[in-house]
Design a protein around this ligand. Structure first.
Ligand code: UD1
Ligand code: CA
Length: 456
């Protein structure tokens, strides 16, 4: 039996943020969500999250995850004190407790799985994940004998000059035999520089405690400040990009691209420079995204091109070309073989197949049929100052340049709309509609001051 406790009660003072540290985001997921995710493969029977600073915010951010047990640490008196808070919840529990610092977001699930396996195979009282790194400053130092049996962990600030030379660091990931930890925890003291109850102090009270070095020390980078957050983002981006490159995606200038871990890409997708793919985004085979595009929570089908454009919360069907400089948002749904061109904004618009909206348009709260040609500068006037209204335009209709549709309005199929029309009433199928002032031509006209017959 295995329970997991994630320590997420600290403020993270060094982040200089009002947001609790564990809610800072890396590639679309908060630090605490990441660490919880890395613990899914060990299949814990219970999952505790210790919350304190900003506890309501942290609980809310994790509300979508099932079966979490939140334990309040009212005062943040240290990592040992944090784990003490689960004692009443684990009375009589005979299994192991995996303790994870909430600010170690890059751990791979396989690493944790192997770590727990080693702990159980050796029947340790405790096992500590460690790493030997060139720049250990800031981390607790782990002192071991030759058999990797831990004698002591000393925090960086409490180390003597000689102790600081030790490059073996505590990753903040531990597995404990719970019955033994439950006895040791109440005995730790706050006799250190910070006057906090340090979880690593329990190692002096338990036996045997084994250190296990992580294979890739990048995985255990802790996040205490914005610089470390930025560094971790790079590590994560490299990992995500390596994955997609191996899966048959072309990334042109990968360093200028960011991809959230939640994104799904098909083989033969090409991502051009300065492009960012975020949230629940999928891109189909043969599509070319970028340069200079942002796609968020959107489904892009196969063989689509998106050039210098922003697509949020929208769906684009196959072989459609978007951009340059288009903006799709608010559940825009664009059909196949369409062209959405320069300076076109689509908001909550459903567009049929092979429809073109090529220049300078705002189409909001609208349904357009197939093979519609939307002339340059066509606008749906969807807002009367109080409410949004719908515009419907039928198949094969052509709207003249600079036409305005004052919603609510329905334009039939195969309608031709004269340029510059302000259309306020519904139009049936197969009509020509012109709604503009008739052109007036006055022959032989001159401005008043140039007229011959002018008096005085
Ligand atoms: C901790 C370890 C250090 C280790 C490092 C690895 C201790 C005393 N030190 O140091 O040996 O090398 O992690 O990254 O444990 N937290 C609480 N309640 C508290 C205090 C902290 O829940 O009262 C949580 C924080 O939200 C954070 C985690 O515990 O997620 C670690 O706390 P932090 O202050 O970042 O510890 P470090 O100084 O990094
Ligand atoms: Ca930390």
């Amino acid at each position: 039996m295995l329970a997991v406790a994630v320590l997420a009660a600290g403020r993270g003072t060094r982040m200089k943020s009002t947001l609790p540290k564990v809610l800072h985001s890396l590639a679309g997921q908060s630090l605490v969500e990441r660490i919880l995710h890395s613990a899914t493969t060990v299949e814990p029977s219970r999952r505790f999250v210790i919350v304190g600073y900003g506890s309501e915010q942290v609980k809310q951010a994790l509300a979508h995850l099932p079966d979490l047990e939140f334990v309040e640490q009212r005062q943040q008196l240290g990592t040992g004190h944090a784990v003490q808070q689960v004692i009443p919840h684990l009375e009589g529990f005979q299994g192991d407790l995996l303790v994870l610092n909430g600010d170690v977001p890059l751990l791979r699930p396989e690493t944790l799985e192997n770590f727990v396996h080693q702990h159980q195979a050796h029947q340790n009282a405790a096992t500590v994940l460690t790493a030997q790194i060139p720049e250990p400053s800031g981390y607790g130092r782990v002192f071991c004998n030759e058999q990797n049996i831990v004698t002591e962990i000393v925090e960086d600030r409490d180390c003597t000059v000689a102790q600081k030379q030790n490059r073996r660091i505590n990753a903040g990931i531990y597995c404990f035999s719970w019955p033994q930890l439950a006895i040791a925890l109440p005995q730790i003291k706050a006799d250190n520089d910070q006057q906090e109850y340090y979880l690593p102090d329990v190692v002096k009270l338990l036996s045997p405690v084994m250190a296990i070095d992580v294979e890739d020390s990048k995985e255990i980078q802790g996040i205490n400040n914005r610089k470390q957050l930025a560094e971790a983002a790079v590590v994560l981006q490299d990992r995500i990009k390596d994955y997609w490159l191996a899966a048959g995606v072309t990334l042109v200038d990968p360093r200028s691209i960011t991809i959230d871990e939640t994104v799904e890409l098909a083989p033969d997708v090409v991502i051009e420079p300065q492009t960012h793919l975020r949230g629940q985004t999928t891109v189909g085979s043969g599509s070319r995204i970028g340069p200079g595009s942002l796609i968020e929570n959107s489904q892009i089908a196969a063989d689509v091109a998106v050039l210098y454009s922003v697509v949020s919360d929208s769906t684009v069907a196959a072989q459609t070309r978007i951009g340059p400089y288009a903006h799709l948002r608010g559940q825009a749904v664009v059909g196949a073989g369409c062209r959405i061109g320069n300076f076109v904004e689509l908001k909550k618009a459903k567009v049929g197949d092979r429809t073109n909206i090529a220049h300078l348009s705002y189409i909001g709260d609208a349904t357009l049929g197939d093979q519609v040609n939307v002339g340059a500068g066509t606008i749906t006037a969807n807002y009367d100052g109080y409410q949004k209204h719908h515009t419907k335009i039928g198949d094969r209709t052509k709207t003249g340049s600079n036409s305005v549709f004052v919603a609510p309005i329905t334009i039939g199929a195969a309608v031709t709309v004269g340029a510059g029309s302000v259309v306020t009433k519904d139009v049936p199928d197969d009509c020509l509609v012109v709604a503009r002032a008739k052109q007036t031509v006055i022959p032989d006209w001159k401005p008043k001051h140039l007229r011959q017959d002018q008096t005085n």
